[in-house]
Design a protein around this ligand. Structure first.
Ligand code: ADP
Length: 373
C-alpha cells in the first residue's frame, strides 16, 4: 500500500496521483538562487498547484481561499526529526508509537476495541521536546502532517477563522491518514471562563470542537462518504489531533476531555541530560572528562532540553570569544578545545527557564489529569 513519503499534504498529494518531484519544494529556497533550473521550479509548482486545486474542487462547502491558505501556510515540510534525535523521553516515545505511529502504519490491527485515539496532548514545561516529538511522529508515521499554530488560524476578519478550521479538517480528512499538530493549543482552546475570551476566539474554539467531534462519529461507523468509498478508503480516514501546551491548566474542559491521552513531557532526568550533552559535544573538540560530565550533570539539574542546547552552544563559543579580532586570522586547527571552565562560565548566565514552583504546577496537573506511562 502507498506508504511512500507522505510528508506534508502538498507533497503527499502527488504520491497518490503522480510521481513525487525529487527536488525540495520551491518555498524552501530563497528567491533568485534556486538550486534547480527555474523551469523545473515552475513545472513543480504548477503540478503542485494543479493538484491542490483538484483537491479543493472536490471539497464541497469549503471556502476556496481558506483551503488555499491551509495548503500554503499550514502544511509542514523541512528537516526530518527521528526518534534517535530526541534524548530520553522513552515513555513519551512509546506512548506516541502505540497511540499514533503503529495504528497509522497498521490500521488493520487497530480496530474496534483497539481503535486509536483521536486526540493526544503533550504537556509540560517549555523546551522539553514536545515539538520535536511531534515532528518525529510526522516522520515515522508516514502521515500527512499539518503543523498549525494558533496565530495561523486566528483571523481578524469575523468568520474567516471558522472557515479556516473547516478547511483544515476537510483537507486533513481528504489526505488522511493525517496528523494535525497544534502547538500552543491552549491559546485556541482556552477555558470558557477566561476573562479575556472574546467572541472570535469562542467561535474558533467551538468550530474546532464541532469538527473534532465529527471525526469521532466518522470513526464510530457512520458512512458519510458520498463517493462510495471502498473499505480501504474508509479505513484510511484517520485524523489525529496532536496538541502541545506549556499551560495545560488553561485548556477548556471540553477540549481536555477530547484529548484522551495526555502525556506529560517532564524536564530531563540526569541520564537524558547526559545523552543530550554528549550528543551536542560529540563533533567538537573538548577536554571534558567523565568526572567533568558528572559535575555538569549535577549543575544542570532543573535545566530543560532547550536550556541544555543553549548552554552547549554558548560554551562552544568560549574558545572563539577570547580570540576577539584575532579570530579572523586564526586557523581552524589552532582554536583551543572547549573546557569545563567554558561550560561553567556559560552556566553563570544561562539559567534554567523553569522555576521550582512552576514545575510543581506541572506535576500536580500531571497527577490529576495526565495519562500514566
Ligand atoms: P517544546 O516544544 O517542548 O517547547 P522543543 O521540542 O521545541 O520544545 O525543543 C526546543 C529545543 O530544545 C529543540 O530544538 C532541541 O534543540 C532542544 N531539546 C529539547 N528537548 C530535547 C530532547 N529531549 N533531546 C534533544 N534536544 C532537545
Amino acid at each position: 500500500k502507498g506508504v511512500q513519503q507522505k510528508q506534508g499534504a502538498a507533497s503527499a498529494a502527488p504520491t497518490k496521483a503522480l510521481p513525487k518531484p525529487k527536488s525540495p519544494p520551491p518555498s524552501t529556497k530563497s528567491r533568485g538562487e534556486s538550486v534547480v533550473p527555474a523551469s523545473e521550479d515552475i513545472d513543480e509548482k504548477t503540478i503542485k498547484e494543479a493538484l491542490e486545486d483538484e483537491i479543493i474542487e472536490q471539497l464541497r462547502g469549503i471556502d476556496k481561499a481558506a483551503a488555499k491558505q491551509i495548503f500554503s501556510e499550514i502544511v509542514v515540510r523541512g528537516d526530518k526529526v527521528h526518534w534517535d534525535d530526541i534524548a530520553g523521553l522513552e515513555a513519551a516515545k512509546n506512548s506516541l508509537k502505540e497511540a499514533v505511529v503503529y495504528p497509522f502504519l497498521r490500521p488493520d490491527l487497530f480496530r474496534g476495541l483497539r481503535e486509536p485515539v483521536r486526540g493526544m496532548l503533550l504537556f509540560g514545561p517549555p523546551g522539553t521536546g514536545k515539538t520535536m516529538l511531534a515532528r518525529a511522529v510526522a516522520t515515522e508515521s508516514n502521515s500527512t502532517f499539518f503543523s498549525i499554530s494558533a496565530s495561523s488560524l486566528t483571523s481578524k476578519y469575523l468568520g474567516e477563522s471558522e472557515k479556516l478550521v473547516r478547511a483544515l479538517f476537510a483537507i486533513a480528512k481528504k489526505l488522511s491518514p493525517s496528523i494535525v499538530f497544534v502547538d500552543e493549543i491552549d491559546s485556541i482552546m482556552g477555558s470558557r471562563n477566561n476573562d479575556g475570551e472574546n467572541e472570535s476566539s469562542r467561535r474558533i474554539k467551538n468550530e474546532f470542537l464541532v469538527q473534532w467531534s465529527s471525526l469521532s462519529s466518522a470513526a464510530a461507523g457512520s458512512k458519510g462518504n458520498a463517493a462510495g468509498a471502498s473499505n480501504e478508503e474508509e479505513e484510511d480516514e484517520r485524523v489525529l489531533i496532536l496538541g502541545a501546551t506549556n499551560l495545560p491548566w488553561s485548556i477548556d474542559e471540553a477540549a481536555r476531555r477530547r484529548f484522551v491521552r495526555r502525556q506529560y513531557i517532564p524536564l530531563p532526568e540526569v541520564e537524558t541530560r547526559k545523552k543530550q550533552l554528549s550528543k551536542l559535544l560529540m563533533h567538537q573538540t573538548h577536554t571534558l572528562t567523565e568526572d567533568d560530565f558528572t559535575e555538569l550533570l549535577e549543575l544542570t539539574d532543573g535545566y530543560s532540553g532547550s536550556d541544555i542546547t543553549s548552554l552547549a552552544k554558548d560554551a562552544a563559543m568560549g574558545p572563539l570569544r577570547e580570540l576577539g579580532d584575532k579570530l579572523l586570522s586564526t586557523r581552524r586547527d589552532q582554536i583551543r578545545a572547549i573546557t569545563l571552565q567554558d561550560v561553567k562560565n556559560s552556566l553563570s548566565y544561562i539559567k534554567p527557564s523553569v522555576s521550582k514552583d512552576g514545575l510543581e504546577q506541572y506535576e500536580e496537573w500531571a497527577e490529576k489529569f495526565g495519562s500514566s506511562g
